[in-house]
Design a binder for this molecule. Structure first.
Ligand SMILES: O=C(O)CCC(=O)C(=O)O
Ligand SMILES: [Fe+2]
Length: 256
Protein backbone atom coordinates (compact mmCIF):
# COMPACT_ATOMS: atom_id res chain seq x y z
CA UNK A 1 0.00 0.00 0.00
CA UNK A 2 1.36 3.44 -0.82
CA UNK A 3 1.70 5.96 2.00
CA UNK A 4 -1.06 8.59 2.13
CA UNK A 5 -0.18 11.83 0.32
CA UNK A 6 -0.10 15.06 2.24
CA UNK A 7 -3.20 17.13 1.47
CA UNK A 8 -2.71 19.94 -1.04
CA UNK A 9 -2.79 23.39 0.60
CA UNK A 10 -5.98 25.44 0.43
CA UNK A 11 -7.61 24.54 -2.84
CA UNK A 12 -4.44 23.98 -4.87
CA UNK A 13 -5.45 20.39 -5.68
CA UNK A 14 -8.78 21.47 -7.22
CA UNK A 15 -7.51 24.68 -8.83
CA UNK A 16 -8.37 24.66 -12.53
CA UNK A 17 -6.20 26.44 -15.07
CA UNK A 18 -7.18 27.32 -18.65
CA UNK A 19 -4.88 25.31 -20.99
CA UNK A 20 -4.65 28.42 -23.24
CA UNK A 21 -2.95 30.31 -20.42
CA UNK A 22 -0.49 27.46 -19.95
CA UNK A 23 0.26 27.41 -23.69
CA UNK A 24 0.90 31.18 -23.72
CA UNK A 25 3.13 30.99 -20.66
CA UNK A 26 5.07 28.15 -22.22
CA UNK A 27 5.81 30.26 -25.30
CA UNK A 28 6.82 33.29 -23.24
CA UNK A 29 9.03 31.22 -20.98
CA UNK A 30 10.84 29.65 -23.96
CA UNK A 31 11.39 33.07 -25.59
CA UNK A 32 12.29 35.27 -22.61
CA UNK A 33 13.22 32.88 -19.79
CA UNK A 34 10.34 34.64 -18.01
CA UNK A 35 6.59 34.16 -17.84
CA UNK A 36 3.98 35.88 -15.69
CA UNK A 37 1.72 33.17 -14.29
CA UNK A 38 -0.65 34.76 -11.74
CA UNK A 39 -3.28 32.15 -12.69
CA UNK A 40 -1.44 29.13 -11.21
CA UNK A 41 -2.78 29.56 -7.68
CA UNK A 42 -6.12 30.74 -6.27
CA UNK A 43 -6.39 34.30 -4.92
CA UNK A 44 -7.16 33.18 -1.39
CA UNK A 45 -3.90 31.23 -1.32
CA UNK A 46 -2.00 34.31 -2.50
CA UNK A 47 -3.57 36.29 0.36
CA UNK A 48 -2.63 33.65 2.94
CA UNK A 49 0.97 33.42 1.67
CA UNK A 50 1.23 37.24 1.60
CA UNK A 51 0.11 37.50 5.24
CA UNK A 52 2.69 34.94 6.36
CA UNK A 53 5.54 36.45 4.34
CA UNK A 54 4.87 39.97 5.62
CA UNK A 55 4.68 38.67 9.20
CA UNK A 56 7.94 36.72 9.02
CA UNK A 57 9.78 39.68 7.46
CA UNK A 58 8.40 42.00 10.16
CA UNK A 59 9.59 39.57 12.80
CA UNK A 60 12.98 38.32 11.58
CA UNK A 61 13.78 40.24 8.36
CA UNK A 62 17.52 40.95 8.42
CA UNK A 63 19.13 43.86 6.65
CA UNK A 64 21.74 43.07 3.96
CA UNK A 65 23.95 45.49 2.14
CA UNK A 66 26.39 43.32 0.24
CA UNK A 67 28.17 42.84 -3.05
CA UNK A 68 29.12 39.43 -4.40
CA UNK A 69 32.34 38.82 -6.32
CA UNK A 70 30.76 35.80 -8.07
CA UNK A 71 28.24 38.16 -9.70
CA UNK A 72 30.71 40.93 -10.57
CA UNK A 73 30.10 42.87 -7.32
CA UNK A 74 26.52 43.80 -8.13
CA UNK A 75 24.63 45.04 -5.05
CA UNK A 76 22.14 43.30 -2.75
CA UNK A 77 20.40 45.96 -0.65
CA UNK A 78 17.39 44.42 1.04
CA UNK A 79 15.79 42.66 4.01
CA UNK A 80 15.60 38.84 3.92
CA UNK A 81 14.06 36.00 5.86
CA UNK A 82 15.62 32.65 5.12
CA UNK A 83 14.12 29.25 4.51
CA UNK A 84 14.50 27.88 8.04
CA UNK A 85 13.10 31.05 9.60
CA UNK A 86 10.05 30.80 7.35
CA UNK A 87 9.57 27.04 7.93
CA UNK A 88 9.78 27.60 11.70
CA UNK A 89 6.64 29.75 11.71
CA UNK A 90 4.71 28.67 8.60
CA UNK A 91 3.11 25.34 7.73
CA UNK A 92 1.52 26.78 4.62
CA UNK A 93 4.63 27.95 2.75
CA UNK A 94 6.51 24.60 2.98
CA UNK A 95 3.30 22.81 1.90
CA UNK A 96 2.88 25.12 -1.09
CA UNK A 97 6.54 24.64 -2.03
CA UNK A 98 6.12 20.85 -1.95
CA UNK A 99 2.72 20.82 -3.69
CA UNK A 100 2.65 18.19 -6.48
CA UNK A 101 -0.23 20.09 -8.16
CA UNK A 102 1.87 23.26 -8.34
CA UNK A 103 5.07 21.60 -9.55
CA UNK A 104 3.04 19.68 -12.16
CA UNK A 105 1.79 23.01 -13.58
CA UNK A 106 5.29 24.46 -13.57
CA UNK A 107 6.57 21.33 -15.31
CA UNK A 108 3.98 21.84 -18.06
CA UNK A 109 5.07 25.44 -18.56
CA UNK A 110 8.81 24.80 -18.72
CA UNK A 111 8.53 21.48 -20.61
CA UNK A 112 10.81 19.51 -18.30
CA UNK A 113 10.58 18.27 -14.70
CA UNK A 114 10.54 20.97 -12.02
CA UNK A 115 11.99 19.40 -8.87
CA UNK A 116 12.48 20.44 -5.25
CA UNK A 117 15.82 22.13 -4.70
CA UNK A 118 18.23 19.67 -3.01
CA UNK A 119 19.99 22.53 -1.18
CA UNK A 120 17.45 23.63 1.42
CA UNK A 121 18.50 27.30 1.87
CA UNK A 122 17.59 27.94 -1.79
CA UNK A 123 14.10 26.44 -1.52
CA UNK A 124 12.49 29.69 -0.48
CA UNK A 125 13.65 33.12 0.60
CA UNK A 126 11.51 36.17 1.40
CA UNK A 127 12.82 39.58 0.39
CA UNK A 128 11.68 43.13 1.06
CA UNK A 129 13.04 46.24 -0.63
CA UNK A 130 12.03 49.32 1.32
CA UNK A 131 14.80 51.92 1.45
CA UNK A 132 15.46 54.21 -1.53
CA UNK A 133 18.11 52.47 -3.67
CA UNK A 134 17.25 48.97 -2.40
CA UNK A 135 17.78 46.43 -5.17
CA UNK A 136 18.49 42.80 -5.91
CA UNK A 137 21.31 43.48 -8.39
CA UNK A 138 22.22 41.60 -11.58
CA UNK A 139 22.79 37.88 -10.99
CA UNK A 140 21.98 34.33 -11.97
CA UNK A 141 20.71 31.74 -9.48
CA UNK A 142 22.37 28.41 -8.67
CA UNK A 143 19.33 26.32 -9.67
CA UNK A 144 17.31 26.27 -12.88
CA UNK A 145 13.90 27.70 -11.92
CA UNK A 146 12.38 30.35 -9.68
CA UNK A 147 8.73 30.92 -8.91
CA UNK A 148 8.43 34.45 -7.51
CA UNK A 149 5.27 35.60 -5.71
CA UNK A 150 4.90 39.38 -5.84
CA UNK A 151 3.26 40.49 -2.60
CA UNK A 152 3.86 44.26 -2.50
CA UNK A 153 5.23 46.38 -5.30
CA UNK A 154 5.50 50.13 -5.90
CA UNK A 155 4.25 51.57 -9.20
CA UNK A 156 6.87 50.97 -11.92
CA UNK A 157 7.73 54.70 -11.93
CA UNK A 158 9.29 54.04 -8.54
CA UNK A 159 11.27 50.97 -9.71
CA UNK A 160 10.85 47.39 -8.48
CA UNK A 161 10.24 45.87 -11.92
CA UNK A 162 12.23 42.89 -13.15
CA UNK A 163 14.80 42.98 -15.96
CA UNK A 164 16.35 39.98 -17.64
CA UNK A 165 18.71 38.85 -20.39
CA UNK A 166 17.82 35.28 -21.41
CA UNK A 167 20.28 32.86 -22.98
CA UNK A 168 23.25 33.86 -20.80
CA UNK A 169 25.33 31.66 -18.51
CA UNK A 170 27.10 32.20 -15.22
CA UNK A 171 30.84 31.67 -15.06
CA UNK A 172 31.37 32.12 -11.33
CA UNK A 173 35.13 32.70 -11.76
CA UNK A 174 34.57 35.36 -14.39
CA UNK A 175 30.97 36.59 -14.27
CA UNK A 176 31.39 39.41 -16.89
CA UNK A 177 27.98 40.91 -16.24
CA UNK A 178 28.55 43.70 -18.77
CA UNK A 179 29.44 41.19 -21.51
CA UNK A 180 26.24 39.28 -20.72
CA UNK A 181 24.25 42.54 -20.91
CA UNK A 182 25.82 43.28 -24.30
CA UNK A 183 25.09 39.79 -25.62
CA UNK A 184 21.38 40.33 -26.26
CA UNK A 185 18.31 42.41 -25.51
CA UNK A 186 17.32 43.22 -21.93
CA UNK A 187 13.60 42.68 -21.30
CA UNK A 188 11.74 44.53 -18.53
CA UNK A 189 8.54 43.35 -16.91
CA UNK A 190 6.16 45.36 -14.79
CA UNK A 191 4.69 43.47 -11.84
CA UNK A 192 1.78 44.18 -9.53
CA UNK A 193 0.83 42.69 -6.16
CA UNK A 194 -0.76 39.28 -6.80
CA UNK A 195 1.50 38.48 -9.76
CA UNK A 196 3.58 35.33 -9.84
CA UNK A 197 6.32 34.80 -12.35
CA UNK A 198 8.46 31.87 -13.39
CA UNK A 199 12.03 32.36 -14.53
CA UNK A 200 14.76 30.14 -15.98
CA UNK A 201 17.22 31.53 -13.48
CA UNK A 202 20.42 29.66 -14.35
CA UNK A 203 20.52 30.93 -17.94
CA UNK A 204 18.75 34.26 -17.52
CA UNK A 205 20.72 37.17 -16.07
CA UNK A 206 18.23 39.13 -13.96
CA UNK A 207 17.78 41.94 -11.48
CA UNK A 208 15.18 44.02 -9.69
CA UNK A 209 15.37 47.68 -10.75
CA UNK A 210 16.24 49.80 -7.66
CA UNK A 211 13.22 51.18 -5.80
CA UNK A 212 13.11 54.95 -5.26
CA UNK A 213 10.17 54.78 -2.85
CA UNK A 214 7.52 52.36 -1.67
CA UNK A 215 7.81 48.75 -0.55
CA UNK A 216 8.43 45.65 -2.62
CA UNK A 217 7.89 42.27 -0.95
CA UNK A 218 8.32 38.85 -2.58
CA UNK A 219 8.89 35.22 -1.78
CA UNK A 220 11.13 33.37 -4.20
CA UNK A 221 10.70 29.59 -4.45
CA UNK A 222 13.67 27.93 -6.13
CA UNK A 223 13.41 24.62 -8.00
CA UNK A 224 15.94 22.34 -9.68
CA UNK A 225 16.06 20.73 -13.11
CA UNK A 226 16.95 17.05 -13.52
CA UNK A 227 20.36 18.21 -14.85
CA UNK A 228 20.95 20.19 -11.62
CA UNK A 229 20.63 17.00 -9.60
CA UNK A 230 23.38 15.40 -11.69
CA UNK A 231 26.01 18.10 -11.23
CA UNK A 232 27.97 19.52 -8.34
CA UNK A 233 26.60 22.98 -7.58
CA UNK A 234 28.44 25.49 -5.40
CA UNK A 235 26.46 28.04 -3.41
CA UNK A 236 28.83 30.94 -2.85
CA UNK A 237 26.34 33.82 -3.11
CA UNK A 238 23.83 32.17 -0.77
CA UNK A 239 26.53 30.99 1.62
CA UNK A 240 28.04 34.49 1.71
CA UNK A 241 24.62 36.01 2.24
CA UNK A 242 23.95 33.87 5.26
CA UNK A 243 27.51 33.90 6.61
CA UNK A 244 27.44 37.73 6.57
CA UNK A 245 24.36 37.44 8.73
CA UNK A 246 26.05 35.01 11.08
CA UNK A 247 29.00 37.44 11.39
CA UNK A 248 26.55 40.25 12.18
CA UNK A 249 24.78 38.09 14.78
CA UNK A 250 28.13 37.21 16.38
CA UNK A 251 29.08 40.91 16.49
CA UNK A 252 25.77 41.81 18.11
CA UNK A 253 26.15 39.04 20.64
CA UNK A 254 29.70 39.97 21.58
CA UNK A 255 28.71 43.65 21.81
CA UNK A 256 25.79 42.94 24.14
O1 LIG B 1 12.66 39.84 -6.38
C1 LIG B 1 12.60 39.31 -7.49
O2 LIG B 1 11.69 39.51 -8.29
C2 LIG B 1 13.72 38.37 -7.91
C3 LIG B 1 14.45 37.78 -6.76
C4 LIG B 1 15.63 36.98 -7.20
O3 LIG B 1 16.11 37.10 -8.30
C5 LIG B 1 16.23 36.03 -6.26
O4 LIG B 1 15.77 35.95 -5.11
O5 LIG B 1 17.17 35.33 -6.65
FE1 LIG C 1 17.48 35.49 -8.70
Amino acid sequence: MSSPRKPEPDGLGQHEVDPMLIAQARKGFAAYGFAKIPFVVPDRLKDAVAREVRAVLDEVGTRRDLRFKATGNTPRRMYNARRDEIAAVSELIPAVYDSPALTALLTEIVGEPVLPCPYEPEQYVATRLENPGDTHGWHWDDYAFALVWVIDSPPADNGGFVQCVPGTTWDKQNPSINRALLSGPTYSFELVPGDLYLMRTDTTLHRVYPVSSGIRTIINMGYASAADLEREISHETMDELWSAEIREEAKTRSAS
